[in-house]
Ligand binder design. Structure first.
Ligand code: MG
Length: 104
């Protein structure tokens, strides 16, 4: 992830685009790119893997930029949230079912 972070930040700096990147605008960008990802599955579950990967990369790129803007380590916050989710969804209660944690 360090290599990707460095590359995305360099890409942005070279173009002087950081001026447009507020936490709000980056959050909007993540949502828009997530919608573009969903567009690949609009009418059925068939998909073009390359197009899906392109949109997934767009989402992740903006996630990297938002984490950088917030001055947090993306890997660290992902792992922390995963630990929180593990408490909400203990294996013995959640394995093999999709019920929301409030209903477990
Ligand atoms: Mg896109």
């Amino acid at each position: 992830m360090k290599k990707a972070k460095k590359a995305v930040i360099e890409f942005t700096q070279e173009r002087d685009w950081d001026q447009f990147h507020t936490p709000a605008s980056l959050s909007r960008a993540i949502s828009i790119e997530a919608s573009e990802l969903l567009q690949n599955f609009l009418w059925d579950d068939k998909y073009d893997k390359q197009k899906v990967c392109d949109e997934l990369a767009d989402v992740v790129n903006f996630c990297i930029l938002l984490a950088n803007k917030l001055e947090v380590d993306l890997e660290e916050i992902v792992l922390n949230k995963l630990m929180d989710n593990a408490k909400k969804y203990p294996v013995e209660k959640a394995k093999g079912i999709s019920t929301k944690y409030t209903e477990l």
